[in-house]
Design a protein around this ligand. Structure first.
Ligand code: PLP
Length: 396
């Protein structure tokens, strides 16, 4: 199919970065200000207090100029010492990437292996923790929402496993593609470090990330000896902003204040319900397509479906990236690709952030059109399944 000059807005269905609402775009388009200017400090303090409410934490939050990887790194270097052992719950590409980063810092990794399509087994997690009678495991690293596979990890189960085995390990959670889209309760769920980023549920440009840190995490920090400087919490705590060793990215805070305002105006529970509704519409559509040997939901555990991203597995012999190219070049719809070993095997529909029914229906209809163009087998009419579901949801 021929490439076309795009007109109209691009439909952006990536699982991060996500669509930025116009009011946030306007808020970040701010002139430079002194980051110690009292008027800015008010905005800053207000935005940080908002992040704490969204994390549902009373604890400290440290913020970084850098994408989610910076917050991953901050969590590791601030808590651990060379040779410390971490238990990583395998979820997919992002749990592997975090583990690899920890290895780069000289940390030892034990993995709770799991099938990427089915998810981790909590009985096995309990058994691993129970067997660790010497408490060699210093922390569990858990990715709440595996963006590569479209699967959620139920965090209360992780906390329950720690409690059942009386294991003192810290609980580190990556909320990068769940925060502000799916329920997360840092304090209630006993999370010691929660890693978040700006460019997904918070609907901001990429470039800022943060970690909530419990008192237990701060105690571990005091004993940690991994080298650290720019990301060092102790240095940060000496600053007025309690974060940012260097210049504060002020524009992002005008945006963050607006992002928190938008999320709280809608109400977090309503935000989560909207994501659940749009996600279910996507899944019904994909389930319909799966007839005629069509594409299928990658996640095989219905109780763990992600409400922020759906990974769709291509039929054997068909390339997800070729389909994505058609969607982008012919129809101006941007979809997520498969990551790591899933490259070409899946494509991903991001349904998080600033999104409504017409946007998701437009995306689904266009994916169906692109499948026709690409000659990908499917049962036509998947969009009708989504239309029916969304209409029913609006009536009830
Ligand atoms: N963790 C998860 C679950 C993610 O989805 C991502 C990015 O998509 C990352 C970590 C890495 O974050 P960043 O790309 O912002 O560095």
């Amino acid at each position: 199919a021929a490439t076309r000059i795009p007109r109209g807005r691009q439909f952006f269905a990536n699982p991060g970065p996500t669509n930025i609402p116009d009011s946030i775009l306007k808020a970040v388009a701010h002139v430079s200000v002194d980051f110690n200017d009292p008027a800015f400090l008010k905005v800053y303090d207000d935005a940080v207090a908002g992040v704490k409410r969204i994390l549902r934490t009373q604890h400290d939050v440290f913020l970084y100029t850098g994408s989610g990887h910076a917050a991953w790194e901050a969590a590791l270097v601030n808590l651990f010492s060379a040779g410390d052992e971490l238990l990583v719950i395998e979820t997919g590409y992002f749990s592997e990437s975090w583990a690899k980063m920890a290895q780069d810092f000289g940390l030892k990794i034990r993995t709770l292996a799991a099938d990427w399509r089915r998810g981790a087994d909590f009985a096995a997690l309990r058994a691993m923790l129970a067997a660790d009678t010497g408490h060699a495991i210093k922390a569990i690293c858990a990715v709440q929402n595996e963006t590569a596979t479209g699967m959620e990890l139920p965090l209360p189960e992780v906390r329950a496993a720690l409690q059942a085995t009386n294991h003192p390990a810290l609980l580190l959670v990556d909320t990068i593609s769940s925060l502000g889209s799916m329920e997360f309760r840092m304090d209630d769920w006993g999370v010691d470090v929660a890693v978040g980023g700006s460019q997904k549920g918070l609907m901001l440009p990429t470039g800022m990330s943060f970690t909530g840190a419990s008192p237990k995490a701060l105690a571990a920090h005091a004993a940690s000896t991994l080298p650290k400087s720019y990301l060092n919490w102790t240095h940060m705590l000496t600053r007025r902003h309690k974060s940012f060793i260097g210049t504060v990215p002020t524009s992002l805070f005008y945006g963050l204040q607006e992002s928190v305002r938008l999320l709280e105006e809608e109400g977090l529970d309503q935000v989560f319900a909207r994501h659940a509704r749009l996600a279910e519409a996507v899944r019904r559509c994909v389930r319909h397509w799966s007839g005629n040997n069509g594409p299928q939901l990658f996640c095989l555990s219905p109780d763990r479906y992600s409400n922020s991203v759906t990974a769709v597995m291509m039929p054997e012999g068909h390339d997800g990236d070729a389909l994505r190219r058609i969607a982008l070049q012919v129809f101006n719809v941007s979809l997520g690709g498969g990551l790591g070993p899933l490259g070409g095997k899946v494509f991903r529909i991001g349904h998080l952030g600033d999104l409504n029914e017409p946007m998701i229906l437009g995306t689904l209809a266009t994916v169906e059109a692109a499948m026709r163009v690409a000659g990908v087998p499917h049962a036509p009419g998947g969009v009708n399944a989504a239309v029916e579901y969304l209409a029913d949801a609006a009536r009830s």
